[in-house]
Design a protein around this ligand. Structure first.
Ligand code: PLP
Length: 513
């Protein structure tokens, strides 16, 4: 409350702020049922209205002597709703701080599968499948023909087996879960042999030696970081050995003098000694053609190839190259998959109906369309760079000329990310926004303002310039991004918040109460 407000405020009985409508009255305005408004979470809508009401309350209590007296139309619900909407559109940074909710982010970072942003955007059909299933019952674990309990994921298993040539399959929460379950069910208190060159850490807490500890299987390391030979595995096999594990080094490469054992050789050794061989391929590349757009000499392993080469089980994530929802896939020998299903951890790691619905829809698209399946990530992988250039140009165009700022369209390279295809980049184009005279703090402030807007935009700042890359955005997301960028330009671009005081201002046109 301002000083003048407290002076003129003389008690609840005469509080002029009582003329304001209640929040629910403003929420009932038709503006909130427009699609773009429905996309905003209810808590944010309510918070924006509350802020608008609070601002009016302060002004009403300041009375007509205040610097900014309130006109009658300003306290009408439709007017307040419009103002709250404008507030949301301009960027809800203060709302965001006080309402920690999952916020949509436009991924202009140049990393197509950004784990921090939830990896693969889903296909429209997968989204529709989630929507169809979410608010109602479904035959998740029920046989409608027989009228009795069925098996979870039975239909999707049939689809996966068809696509991969596997005997059997199981879907769990993610590949980390698939690994723990596999080791726990097939190798508890026994030994599993792994090359020292494949003891991966994937994103913080997933470190292979620790996964072994949790599962109860004993890790036997063989070879060296850069070289492991078949004889190394051979010598390590004892009567305590349950199997051999190959792990794809999805987020790093060992180059130079290296030697690794292929899955075919490894599986042959396993078979000759009566032990299984498991291949953690990581990314969920199905075969050499799926997804499309990968380079010819791409060494990323495939589910089909791994099984054909003799792996007893192959494991992968469904939200990496498969382009589906978060999930883990185990495919291969029926007797082994059966042991996984019977393990108590299978229950702990099982997926819910929404994941199954989305994954089923994604796989259905792949089965129907093959390489031209309309899966967003697959589109990004195979899109012509010239189209990306055009998107970048349209984005640059949206940025209205603003004194002191320079916008260019420049060649760029994007990574697939999410722990797949290390070292491989696709040619791309970005919009690069910079200050005429170098001032990286203003560029940082711009990047931050974009991150804190609604929707949030994640670009990357490199050498004092902001890069916005449209490669990982759908057509409609690109339109939204252009909109955001256009507003940045016409807003208070010159008054960008300095990083230090960002908690008080969002930067763009935030007319604080
Ligand atoms: C990504 C990855 C994992 C972990 O998969 P999540 O689905 O993220 O749990 C495990 N192994 C390999 C080889 C990976 O690339």
């Amino acid at each position: 409350m301002t000083d003048s407000a407290s002076r003129s405020y003389s008690g609840p009985g005469s509080d002029p702020a009582r003329r304001l409508p209640p929040v629910h009255r403003v929420l009932a305005e038709p503006i909130w049922v427009r699609p773009e408004a429905l996309a905003i979470p209810p808590t944010l809508r309510t918070a924006a209205i509350r802020q608008e009401l609070e601002a009016l309350r302060t002004r009403l209590r300041a009375g007509n002597d205040g610097a900014n007296p309130v006109a009658e139309h300003e306290i009408q619900p439709d007017w307040i709703a419009q103002r709250a909407w404008d507030r949301l559109e301009r960027g809800g940074s203060q709302l965001e701080v006080s309402h920690p909710i999952l916020r949509p982010v436009l991924n202009a970072s140049g990393v197509l599968l950004h784990t921090g942003l939830g990896r693969a955007p889903l296909a429209a059909e997968a989204i529709a499948a989630i929507a169809r299933t979410a608010g109602t019952g479904c035959d998740l674990e029920f046989d409608l023909v027989e009228g009795r309990r069925g098996e979870r994921g039975q239909r999707i298993a049939a689809l996966i087996n068809r696509l991969t040539g596997a005997e059997a399959s199981l879907v769990v929460n993610n590949n980390a879960a698939a690994t723990i379950l596999t080791l726990g069910a097939l190798a508890k208190d026994r030994e599993v042999i792994v090359s020292r060159g494949q003891l991966v850490e994937i994103g913080g807490a997933f470190r292979l030696p620790e996964i072994f500890e949790i599962s109860g299987a004993r890790l036997v390391e063989v070879g060296t970081t850069n070289k492991t030979r078949l004889s190394d595995y051979e010598r390590a096999i004892t009567e305590r050995t349950a199997g051999l594990l190959r792990v794809h080094t999805g987020n790093y490469q060992i180059v130079g003098f290296t030697e690794t054992v292929g899955i075919a050789e490894l599986a042959e050794l396993g078979r000759s000694r009566g032990i299984w061989t498991i291949d953690d391929i990581g990314s969920g590349r199905l075969n050499r053609h799926l997804p499309p757009g990968l380079p010819q000499d791409c060494e990323e392993p495939t589910l089909c190839g791994s099984l054909q080469d003799g792996a007893d089980l192959a494991l992968c994530s469904t939200d990496k190259l498969l382009g589906g929802p978060q999930g883990g896939l185990v495919v291969g020998r029926a007797d082994l998959v059966e042991r996984l299903k019977r393990h108590p951890l299978a229950r702990a790691f099982r997926v819910d109906k929404l994941t199954l619905a989305a994954l089923e829809a994604t796989l259905d698209l792949i089965a129907l369309w093959g390489p031209s399946a309309p899966i967003p990530l697959w589109r990004f992988l195979s899109v012509e760079p010239s189209l990306i250039k055009r998107s970048a140009e349209a984005l640059a165009h949206a940025w209205a000329a603003h004194p002191g700022w320079v916008v260019t369209v420049e060649p760029d390279r994007v990574q697939v990310g999410g722990g797949s295809l290390p070292g491989w980049e696709l040619p791309s184009w970005s919009v690069v926004i910079a200050r005429e005279r170098s001032s990286s703090s203003e560029v940082e402030a711009l990047a931050q303002a974009l991150r804190r807007g609604t929707p949030a935009v994640l670009g990357r700042v490199r050498r004092g310039r902001l890069w916005l890359n449209p490669h990982g955005l759908s057509e409609s997301e690109q339109v939204i991004l252009r909109d955001v960028v256009a507003k940045v330009a016409v807003g208070d671009g010159a008054e960008l918040a300095k990083p230090g005081d960002s908690d008080r201002h969002s930067g763009f046109g935030w007319t604080s109460a």
